[in-house]
Design a protein around this ligand. Sequence first.
Ligand code: HEC
Length: 281
Amino acid sequence: MKNAGFTLTALLLTALIVYLFVSAPPPLPEQAAVNASIPVDRVFALVEAENDAVRTLWTREIVAAGTTVGLRFGEDWREVGEEAGPLPALFLRETAKNLERNPVRLSLFLGSDAPINSANRFEGRQKDAFAAMRRTGEPQFFLMPDTRLHTAMFPDEAVTEACVSCHNEHEDSPKKDWRLHDVMGATTWAYPEERLTAEEMLGVLAALRSSIRSAYQAYLDKVVAFGNPPEIGTRWPREGYYLPSADVFMAVLGESSARASLEAILDATLPPPPAAAVPAP
Ligand code: HEC
């Protein structure tokens, strides 16, 4: 799972965060408003890159690989006595709940037009945006008319066979013919401001990462109470009855999302190249 390119990008990303957070002098309040030059849509692209990485890692390396070595994942994983972990959608919901408790006002929701859980059905403006996303295949950006929140919707793709088979076999699923790479729903992000400073953008990324970490830790807290808990450390379920510690899980996530996140950050903070530098098509 390790690769020198990823490690290097992860280091670069960390260096950038340290530079912007720790070394750069804090801007005066009036200067901060002037510096708020990053469109929220770019920040949504950044958190989506991060979310994509964790969703794939959780589904493939923990849920799918874990199931083959005897770990279980279910809808009632939170209940006392249930020796199980959260399904991918519930891992995301756990992350979303942690985000709600964070002072950073980023929110996250996973919806669909053919949901297993009817509470996840898109309504109103979001339903229209989702229909447009289905038609065009493109992410959608819009302002919610009631809450005035800037909102972004990104396709949630069936990245592994596990997504497809579980939904097709679920008794509450209104659709039984999902296929690999279908768009099964949409990750939906909301944020109140139209523009952010670089520091605010990294604050959003940090809030998301700490919410993901807490979601993973909540699972490990549950696991240690199992009758026969797997060993928690540096190894992964693909190697046997093991689970990575929160540090190891977050380190691998950091490596797998670093390239996309670094690009999203540079994209958001660097001015566009002069027209002459763009090669003719
Ligand atoms: C082992 C079963 C299982 C797997 C694997 C699984 N899901 Fe789900 N998924 C569910 C259940 C159950 C819900 C409803 C959870 C809830 O909100 O109560 C759900 C919810 C969702 C939703 C929200 C809409 C809805 O159906 O309620 C989307 C979108 C979704 N899953 C997509 C995916 C994708 C994409 C993958 C693979 C990355 C995946 N799921 C993997 C069982 C599964």
